[in-house]
Design a binder for this molecule. Structure first.
Ligand SMILES: [Ca+2]
Length: 498
């Protein structure tokens, strides 16, 4: 019996036994893991509340330094738990980002699941199913895995679990003595926004800190305030859930993790590999086991959630999960840099919106270290933001409209080019000089050595992940069905319907 068969047997056995027996059986498979987290076998398994917003960059939380947006729930979880300030999604696009969370595998390992509006093949195990097989009560509300269609992948329910109207209703269904795992997938701050909602909520244009890749004009400032308005709505809902847990006496043995799926829906952010597209807020609170008041700088990838939750539940993550549990960091009581091996993270993307002739995507991969962001664009002949004049990989917004209408106006021109125009095969940003990632230094001699090293590290990672793009393939991502609304303009390479 190989390791995988053994785990399957453990899982199947788990379906028939009592929860205590199942937990004991599963824990016996992982003695090292138990020792590492200083857990007693008899400890009750933790509940898990995973709260994920939709399109929020890391910096737009109080705990990460934003002075305008109010995120008291996130800040509380960060203060009483651990703030992970170098957390990156696997791909800056809803479907592949959520697929990576659920499977513990890089988006590029998910076959069809690597695109937006796709499907997630059933052969990829997801952590809610594994927790359920081990006796957890599981559920989700609103946006779970997706958008996409589950049926073509061979599934009959959303990979995030059984759907419930809300957390309160779910809690009423949890059998006494059973641990639970709940996925709260908000639709905030995804567009569209009510224009002016941020201003009307009492916020001021002057207070906004405009990211360096956007024009600093009132239209953009107001758009950012509208985005803040929805970030705050998400945070208020998380606060309500914390209250429910508190009232039920469950707050201390619940792992509360708050994050997002990809960055803010603005040009050069969402659907891009730069920090504002891929760097995510993350705070984790679990007072029963985890010392609070810490910030950890180690890199965390979204592929690390599934193995972390499984290990915290006493289960051994399946070997097919390429992510690494960060339970050791949580229980370490350390802060700052903890594990020297966590000094980099990898991201990428394939097809986001259906916005290029023939349904083509924009394949690219990146390595992010503390010093550098290196991006390789595999098809530099394509338009990164989607074909003109729609540029469909950028969500429609007042900011997008302003930049398109003012593209010839002095200080907008360069920002427009950075967000909308074609890009070279190699992009390298020196974050010490250029944290906003605006000046590509890939062609400068002084960075030649660094670039070669980063490219080699990226190649090695891609090969290790079995990424088709490492082997000159990957065209399947351009050709597979797109289950969202397709603009007929892009259906075939000549723009005619096939
Ligand atoms: Ca999203």
């Amino acid at each position: 019996m190989d390791r995988r068969d053994f785990l399957r047997t453990v899982s199947l056995g788990a379906l028939t036994g009592s929860f205590a027996g199942r937990t004991a059986l599963a824990r016996e498979a992982s003695p090292d893991a138990i020792a590492a987290r200083k857990l007693n076998k008899n400890d009750p398994p933790p509940n898990i509340l995973f709260a994920i917003s939709d399109d929020q960059s890391w910096v737009h939380t109080g705990a990460n330094g934003d002075r305008v947006v109010n995120t008291p729930a996130f800040d509380r979880v960060a203060r009483e738990g651990v703030l992970f300030n170098h957390t990156f999604c696997s791909a800056p696009s809803c479907t592949p980002s959520r697929g990576a969370i659920l499977t513990g595998r890089a988006f590029s390992q998910l076959e069809k699941g690597g695109d937006l509006w796709s499907t997630l093949p059933k052969k990829f195990e997801v952590f809610p199913d594994l927790l359920q097989a081990a006796g957890y009560h599981i559920g989700f509300t609103r946006k779970g895995w997706g958008p996409g269609r589950i049926e073509p992948g061979g599934r009959t329910r959303n990979p995030a679990g059984q759907q419930y109207r809300n957390f309160e209703q779910f809690l009423k269904t949890v059998p006494t003595g059973k641990p639970f795992c709940f996925w709260f997938g908000s639709n905030d701050p995804h567009r569209s926004y009510v224009k002016g909602s941020g201003l009307r909520s009492g916020k001021k244009l002057d207070d906004v800190k405009v990211p360096p890749f956007l024009p600093d004009v009132p239209e953009v400032r107001s758009d950012i305030l509208d985005y803040y308005f929805e970030v705050e709505r998400f945070d208020r809902e998380v606060a309500e859930m914390l209250k429910l847990l508190e009232a039920a006496g469950n707050l201390d043995n619940t792992i509360v993790a708050i994050t997002s799926d990809n960055g803010m829906p603005f040009p050069r952010a969402k659907a891009n590999l730069y920090d504002y597209g891929t760097r995510m807020p993350l705070a984790v609170r679990w007072p029963a086991r985890v010392k609070g008041g810490r910030a950890i700088r180690d890199f965390i990838s979204f592929t690390d959630f599934a193995p972390t939750f499984l290990e915290a539940a006493g289960l051994k993550p399946p070997p097919a999960m390429s992510g690494r549990s960060f339970l050791d960091l949580l229980v370490s009581e350390k802060e700052g840099r903890v594990d020297p091996k966590r000094d980099r993270v990898f991201t990428g993307r394939e097809r986001h919106a259906f916005c290029r002739k023939g349904g083509l995507g924009y394949p690219c991969r990146a390595i992010r270290t503390y010093r550098f962001m290196y991006i390789h664009n595999f098809k530099p002949d394509r338009w990164p933001a989607g074909d003109p004049k729609i540029y469909g990989d950028i969500d429609g917004s007042p900011t997008k409209t302003f930049m398109m209408q003012n593209r010839d106006a002095g200080n907008v021109t360069n920002l427009f080019r950075l967000a909308f125009d074609k890009r070279p095969p190699d992009e390298l940003y020196d974050l010490k000089e250029d944290p906003g990632q605006l000046t590509n230094v890939a062609g400068l001699a002084k960075y030649a050595e660094a670039k070669i090293k980063l490219r080699a590290d990226l190649d090695n990672w891609m090969k290790a992940m079995g990424d088709p793009r490492a082997f000159g393939k990957g065209g399947e991502w351009d050709r597979q069905p797109y289950y969202g609304r397709q603009n007929p303009k892009f259906l075939s390479p000549d723009g005619k319907k096939p």
